[in-house]
Ligand binder design. Structure first.
Ligand code: OAD
Ligand code: ZN
Length: 246
């Protein structure tokens, strides 16, 4: 079966790079983007240039984020996260590349610096001008006091979740680390991503072209199934559950 083949490939590999999308966190209660009921089926994404240009867009963006507070606070690592953390502790996985912003790889035991966050992190905020970071509690207090999304106390530019929006520049350091990891691994496993958002979606192909085996685990077909060595079209928790170790 697919899971047995995956087990063999994991056993044979020396450097496994997992690449995760929202599908690994759905069993943790966090909705994905493009499935029925996903975030982009309910709300249009707010592009970065709109966030910068419009106070209304910033207010709407923060209202949406506050509405997710309890979801993010309640979320615990799932079987997928825990399986990857086990492989990390076993020395098989040098780091995880993720498109997710939910901090659950860190919560599962990956050390800081071993989670490459291509699309940032929604558990804290950052000034888009000077980069000053802020706790979400501070933003919430200011929002409730002023009835509007706050600006940076240092430079007056807007404060945004520390995530990457459409139209916003990708983080250089993360792109570079992800490139190195993709080119140096011998097994690359794309997990729970529709693989439609670029440049993130370029890493599976980059790994494959550099000689790694490519596995795709996703319950729906993805854009890149045809270049994979193994496609497991099945639930992630069930597929990776057997790899949860110590
Ligand atoms: P998507 O919502 O596009 O894809 C998630 C995939 O996971 C879907 O194909 C689901 O079928 C699958 N899936 C969900 N739960 C699953 C489960 N339990 N088992 C197996 N498969 C499951 O999410 P991403 O690919 O992560 O970026 O989206 C990529 C980017 O688009 C995000 O990082 C975000 C979004 O816009 C930005 O906002 C910049
Ligand atoms: Zn600032």
């Amino acid at each position: 079966s697919g899971v047995e083949r995956l087990g063999d490939m994991i056993a044979e590999a020396k450097a496994i790079v997992p690449f995760t999308g929202a599908g690994i966190s759905t069993e943790c209660g966090i909705p994905d983007f493009r499935s029925p009921g996903g975030l982009w089926t309910r709300n249009r994404p707010i592009p970065f240039d709109e966030f910068v240009a419009s106070q209304d867009a910033r207010d709407e963006s923060w209202r949406r984020r506050f509405a997710m507070d309890e979801t993010f606070a309640a979320a615990k690592p799932g079987r997928g996260h825990r399986a990857l953390a086990s492989l990390y502790r076993a020395g098989k996985v040098p780091a995880v590349i993720t498109q997710n912003i939910d901090n659950l790889h860190q919560a599962s035991g990956f050390a800081a610096g071993h989670v490459i966050e291509l699309h940032g992190n929604t558990t804290y905020a950052r000034c888009i001008g000077c980069g000053q970071t802020y706790q979400l509690d501070w933003v919430k207090r200011r929002f409730d006091q002023d009835g509007a999304a706050p600006d940076c106390t240092a430079c007056d530019e807007p404060v945004k979740t520390a995530t990457i929006s459409f139209g916003q520049a990708m983080p250089d350091g993360e792109m570079q680390r992800a490139t190195e990891l993709s080119q140096r691994c011998d097994l690359f496993i794309a997990i729970g991503s529709s693989l439609v958002v670029w440049p993130a979606a370029g890493f599976p192909m980059m790994a494959k072209n550099a000689g790694a085996r490519l596995v795709i685990i996703n319950r729906e077909p993805t854009e890149q199934d045809d270049i994979a060595d193994l496609v497991i079209r099945h639930d992630i928790g069930e597929t990776l559950g057997p790899f949860v170790g110590n």
